[in-house]
Design a protein. Structure first.
Length: 521
């Protein structure tokens, strides 16, 4: 795929490069399991993302495996693996993407004076030599090479132009000029692209790319400004997750371009009706909740509360809506099913929500749906999404909750009796605590001793009403890594136990050593 205009269109095509699985996953607590990464990659491909940055292959064996598997299965998108300007990194990235239908190596080096002096401890001339050497090495492995000037926005323009020139001469086909620290303003970012493209003699041989961080809340504005300066690729993530304040949000970039075609004469290949589903999947996989007022995909993005707004909406939706909820995949009515709904209706609903499950996954999800419908009068789309996402996320878990009973109330101490299955073995324990949640977590700690520290415990309701499912997020950290997991259940304590176990399972899948205690019953 190139960035030229699509046939019959007067608009320039902008390539969407998604880095949810690399820059997004890299941020504290957003760790995804392999299965979750594959699911996100499949959805990105299905929704028309042009380039999927699948990971950083040298970072760990897990990252290498994820990039290799994604490279093998993705049909349409280019699959990129990240590499520092180090020979071993580039070789590993090349190996990970080599089976892709469209492989790309993305290699980067810092170019700003502050990075050169303090991080790289190299001179400008040394870095220029590194660029030529590493881009040439990558180009000998695959044809499609992206080169990034890390901290480009704090790099003097003359030196930046020399670096870009060297990268293109060595064979880079995409030049990415990141605002690594989220420092630039839209005007500055646009001007930087314009200057580099005008001054580098062979600039027309490469596609220019924007990569913006959101430290000042300007990531999307800067990405759009870069288009005016001649960039034709935008690097972004679902829900804007990423290092520190995150990256430019894919859904915001896509909908800004789509909604404001009058002033932004560009188009993307993204099927916008899949944006809501993609946001929910990313949120479920990373367990990062989406803020209620988040543009495009937040729960309130299309809610109208004030009387004046509601009055206007009833008369003509365009009075207060600049895009329709349907255009981003929000279904009109969310009330769906109850305990009399059968398999066919459930299957239809899953298809409508964008899920395609294997027979086993479907059977598990259907059983959990029936169980939920028995306990809850109305089952909404949001309930089904929470249930299926949880099902997918826990399919490969080594520790599973079998049962939980709680004694709680004003006359403490509160007590939790818990039964778990750990690697197929059933174990049981009773523990007291300072409240029912504490007792529940103490029971888990007694059954599966571990050093992980609880960093976050958060509860909110999936829908409205007293029988709504509680959605609980738990973040644990161990060995310098933190993982987050989320679970939903009408019983807040069951959801709390599931979320805690989900996070423990994620730590386990990353090689943490946990030990099941207590003999089987
Ligand atoms: O923000 C950044 O500079 C990056 C590079 C690795 C492209 O993420
Ligand atoms: Zn970044």
């Amino acid at each position: 795929m190139t960035a030229s205009s699509a046939a019959g269109s007067s608009k320039d095509r902008v390539l969407i490069f998604d880095t949810t699985l690399r820059d997004g996953e890299q941020c504290p607590g957003a760790t995804m399991t392999l299965e979750e990464k594959l699911e996100v990659a499949d959805l990105l491909d299905a929704m028309g993302v042009d380039i999927i940055e699948a990971g950083f292959p040298i970072a760990s064996n897990g990252d290498f495996e994820a990039v290799s598997l994604i490279a093998k299965r993705i049909k349409n998108a280019t699959v990129a693996g990240l590499a520092r300007a180090i020979s071993a990194d580039i070789a590993r990235a090349g190996e990970a993407v080599r089976h892709a239908a469209r492989p790309r190596i993305h290699t980067f080096v810092s170019t700003s004076p502050i990075h050169l002096a303090h991080q790289m401890r190299k001179t400008e001339e040394e870095v220029l030599e590194i660029i030529t050497k590493t881009v040439t090495q990558a180009r000998n492995l695959v044809d499609n090479i992206e080169w990034s000037a890390m901290d480009a926005t704090r790099t003097p323009i003359d030196y930046l132009c020399r670096c870009v020139d060297a990268a293109i001469k060595a064979g880079a086909t995409t030049i990415n000029l990141p605002d690594t620290v989220g420092y630039a303003t839209p005007d500055e970012y646009r001007a930087m692209f314009k200057a580099v493209r005008e001054r580098v003699p062979n600039a027309d041989k490469a596609i220019f790319s924007a990569h913006c961080h959101n430290d000042l809340g300007l990531a999307v504005a800067n990405s759009l400004a870069a288009l005016e300066g001649g960039a034709r690729q935008i690097e972004c993530t679902l829900n804007g997750i990423g290092e520190r304040a995150g990256n430019a949000a894919l859904e915001e970039v896509v909908m800004a371009i789509k909604t404001r075609g009058d002033v932004l004469p560009y188009e993307t290949g993204i099927e916008a009706t899949m944006l809501t589903r993609a946001s929910k999947l990313a949120s479920a996989a990373t367990s990062f909740p989406v803020q209620y007022n988040k543009a495009i995909v937040g729960r309130n993005a299309f809610a109208h509360e004030s009387g004046i707004h509601q009055d206007g909406m009833l008369k003509n939706a365009q009075t207060y809506e600049i895009m329709t909820p349907e255009s981003v995949g929000v279904s009109k009515t969310s009330l769906v099913m109850g305990k009399h709904s059968g398999r066919a209706a459930f299957r239809n609903k899953l298809e409508e929500l964008g899920y395609s499950l294997s027979d086993n996954q479907f059977q598990d999800a259907f059983e959990r749906f029936k169980d939920l419908a028995d306990r809850k009068k109305h089952v909404y789309d949001e309930d089904i999404e929470a249930l299926v996402d949880q099902n997918i996320a826990t399919a490969h878990d080594r520790i599973k909750l079998v049962s939980l009973s709680i004694v709680a109330g004003t006359r403490g101490p509160q007590r939790a009796t818990m039964r778990l299955q750990v690697d197929g073995k059933t174990v049981i324990e009773e523990q007291e605590g300072n409240g029912p949640v504490d007792a529940t977590f103490n029971a888990i700690k007694a059954l599966v001793p571990h050093e992980a520290v609880l960093e976050l415990y958060q509860v909110h309701a999936v829908t409205e009403g007293t029988d709504a499912q509680a959605e609980v997020s738990v973040r644990l950290s161990a060995d310098g890594r933190s993982v987050t997991a989320r679970a939903a259940d009408p019983d807040t304590l069951v959801a709390s136990a599931q979320a805690y176990l989900g996070a423990l399972n994620k730590l386990l899948s990353r090689g943490a050593r946990l030990h099941a205690q207590h003999a089987a019953e």
